[in-house]
Ligand binder design. Structure first.
Ligand code: ADP
Length: 463
C-alpha cells in the first residue's frame, strides 16, 4: 500500500471519529468537547481502528480484483500474440484499469482485422500459385520446402508438396539442384534451360531461380520451372521443315539451271538432245509447281482455316475429282469403280474434301499395278460417315504405314522413285481431315494393295 493511501485511510478514520462526535453531540445536546470527554477515549480509538480495518479490507478486495483483471489482460495478450480467438475483457468504467483494458481490447480488434487481411492475402497468393501454369517451389534459407504447387509435381511427374522436407531430397535433379545451390551461394538469380530425363521421356524446361531477401538475415529462394518441351519440338519441326523444303526445291531448280545452261551453250543445235533436255526441264518445272502448291497449302493450314459447309452429292464430287487423271488411268489400264451411291448426300467443306479425295485418288492411281483396280466407297456409321479409297497397288510395309503421314516422307520403293512426288500430299490430307473433325487410317499389304479410310462427323445443313 502506498504512503498517500495510508494517509488517506487515516484521514478517513479521523473523519469518521469526528462524525461520531458530531452525531453524539447532537443527540446529547452537549458541546463537542464535553461529548468527547463523555465518550470514553478508548472507544474512540477502537472506532478509529475498526474504520481503518474496514477500509484496509476494502482495499484488499479492490487490489485482488485488479490483480485478477491484470491476469486476465495478460492472458488475453498472450492469446492475441498466439493468434487465438478470445472475447473482450470487460472492466467497469470507473476502474483504474479500464483504460488499459480498452487499449488491450483495441489491440485485439486490430490484430483480428490484420490476421483476417493476412489470411485473405495468403489464400489469394496460394490460389494464384496453384493456378499459374508454371511449376513453383519456395525454399527457405534452411533449404526446406516452404511451399510448392501442383504444377511442379505435374512437370516432375511425382508428388512434391512435402513441406519442411529438404528440397534436394525431393527434387533430386542434379541440374536443378545445381542452379538452386548457385543462388544460395551467390545470392544472385539464375536462369537456364534444363533437360530432365523422366519416366515419360525427355522434357526440356526453362528454369529461373530467384533470390528473395526478406530481412537482413532472412531470405527465400524461389524456383520457377516452365515446361517448354512442346515449344522446342515445334521449333525443331519448323527448322526441319525449312531445311527439307530448301533441299526439295534445290533438286529441281539445279536440274532446270543445269539443263538450260547446257542448251544455251550449244545443245540447242542438236534437236534430239535439245528435245530430251526440254522435256526434263518441263518435268522439273512441274515438280517445282507441285511442291510450291503443296507448301502453299501447308502455309494456309498453318495460318488457320475457315470451314464452309454445304450439302453435296458425294458420288458426283468423286467423279469430278477423277477427271484430271483420266489420261493416267487409261495409260495404266486401271479399272476405276466409283461405288458411292448416287443419293449419298453429305454436308461438308467441299473444297477441303476435294483436296483430300484428289490426293488419295492420285496416289491410288500412281502407286497401283498396271491393269489394277481403284475402288471408292462410302457409308454412314452412326454419327459418322466413312469414305474408303482402295487400290490393288504396290502396298506398304507396316513401318511405312506408320510414316506416310509425315511431311516429306516418301517410301523408298522403286515405284516411288519413278513417280514424281513431294511427300507432302498425305501430310496435308491428314491435317485437313483432322481440321474437319475426322481421322484418317491406312491398311495395306505389300503387293496386294492399300486402303485409306477417312472418317468424318455427320453434319447438318444448319451446322
Ligand atoms: P507423294 O505421293 O507426293 O510422294 P504423299 O504424301 O502423297 O507424297 O505420299 C507419301 C508416300 O506414301 C509416297 O511417296 C508413297 O511412297 C506412299 N504412298 C502413298 N499412297 C500410297 C498408295 N496408295 N500405295 C502405296 N504407297 C503409297
Amino acid at each position: 500500500m502506498k504512503v498517500n493511501q495510508i494517509i488517506r485511510r487515516l484521514g478517513l478514520g479521523v473523519l469518521a471519529v469526528g462524525l461520531i462526535l458530531i452525531v453524539a453531540a447532537q443527540v446529547t445536546g452537549h458541546s463537542l468537547k464535553a461529548t468527547a470527554v463523555e465518550l470514553h477515549a478508548g472507544w474512540l480509538v477502537a472506532t478509529v481502528l475498526v474504520v481503518v480495518s474496514l477500509l484496509v479490507l476494502l482495499e484488499f478486495f479492490e487490489q485482488r480484483r485488479q490483480r485478477q483483471i491484470l491476469a486476465l489482460l495478460a492472458k488475453k495478450l498472450r492469446e492475441v500474440t498466439a493468434g487465438q480467438k478470445s472475447g473482450h475483457v470487460l472492466v467497469p468504467k470507473n476502474s483504474e484499469l479500464s483504460q488499459l483494458a480498452s487499449a488491450v481490447n483495441q489491440v485485439q480488434s486490430t490484430n483480428t482485422l490484420l490476421l483476417k487481411a493476412y489470411d485473405r492475402q495468403k489464400r489469394g497468393y496460394f490460389g494464384l500459385l496453384e493456378y499459374v501454369p508454371i511449376g513453383v517451389m519456395v525454399i527457405d534459407q534452411d533449404r526446406e520446402i516452404y511451399l510448392s504447387n501442383h504444377y511442379l509435381s505435374d512437370i516432375m511427374e511425382r508428388e512434391l508438396e512435402l513441406q519442411h522436407e529438404l528440397y534436394y531430397t525431393t527434387l533430386a535433379e542434379f541440374d536443378l539442384v545445381k542452379l538452386v545451390e548457385e543462388t544460395f551461394r551467390t545470392k544472385q538469380d539464375q536462369q537456364a534451360e534444363v533437360r530432365l530425363s523422366l519416366a515419360s521421356g525427355l522434357k526440356i524446361v526453362a528454369v529461373n531461380v530467384v533470390h528473395i531477401p526478406v530481412s537482413t538475415h532472412h531470405f527465400f529462394v524461389m524456383l520457377l520451372v516452365n515446361d517448354i518441351t512442346e515449344q522446342k519440338q515445334i521449333e525443331r519441326m519448323q527448322l526441319d521443315f525449312v531445311s527439307n523444303v530448301s533441299h526439295e526445291l534445290k533438286t529441281p531448280v539445279t536440274s532446270i539451271v543445269g539443263f538450260s545452261e547446257t542448251l544455251k551453250n550449244g545443245a540447242l543445235d542438236e534437236p534430239e538432245t535439245a528435245a530430251k533436255f526440254v522435256e526434263i526441264i518441263y518435268q522439273q518445272s512441274q515438280k517445282l509447281t507441285e511442291l510450291i502448291n503443296d507448301i502453299l497449302s501447308l502455309s494456309r493450314l498453318d495460318s488457320g482455316l475457315v470451314v464452309e459447309h454445304q450439302t453435296i452429292h458425294l458420288a458426283q464430287v468423286v467423279d469430278q475429282a477423277l477427271q484430271p487423271y483420266s489420261q493416267l488411268i487409261a495409260q495404266r489400264q486401271l479399272t476405276v469403280k466409283n461405288q458411292v451411291s448416287a443419293d449419298f448426300l453429305v454436308v461438308t467443306d467441299v473444297k477441303k474434301l476435294r483436296y483430300i479425295l484428289s490426293n488419295l485418288l492420285q496416289n491410288g492411281i500412281r502407286y497401283n499395278q498396271v491393269g489394277g483396280q481403284l475402288r471408292i466407297k462410302a457409308h454412314k456409321k452412326a454419327d459418322k460417315w466413312e469414305l474408303t479409297v482402295s487400290d490393288t497397288g504396290i502396298g506398304l510395309t507396316s513401318e511405312q504405314q506408320g510414316r506416310i503421314f509425315e511431311r516429306f516422307y516418301r517410301a523408298d520403293t522403286s515405284r516411288s522413285k519413278e513417280v514424281d512426288g513431294t511427300g507432302l500430299g498425305l501430310a496435308i490430307v491428314k491435317e485437313y481431315v483432322e481440321f474437319l473433325g475426322g481421322k484418317i487410317t491406312v491398311t495395306s499389304q505389300l503387293q496386294v494393295g492399300t486402303t485409306f479410310t477417312v472418317s468424318l462427323p455427320v453434319k447438318h445443313a444448319k451446322d
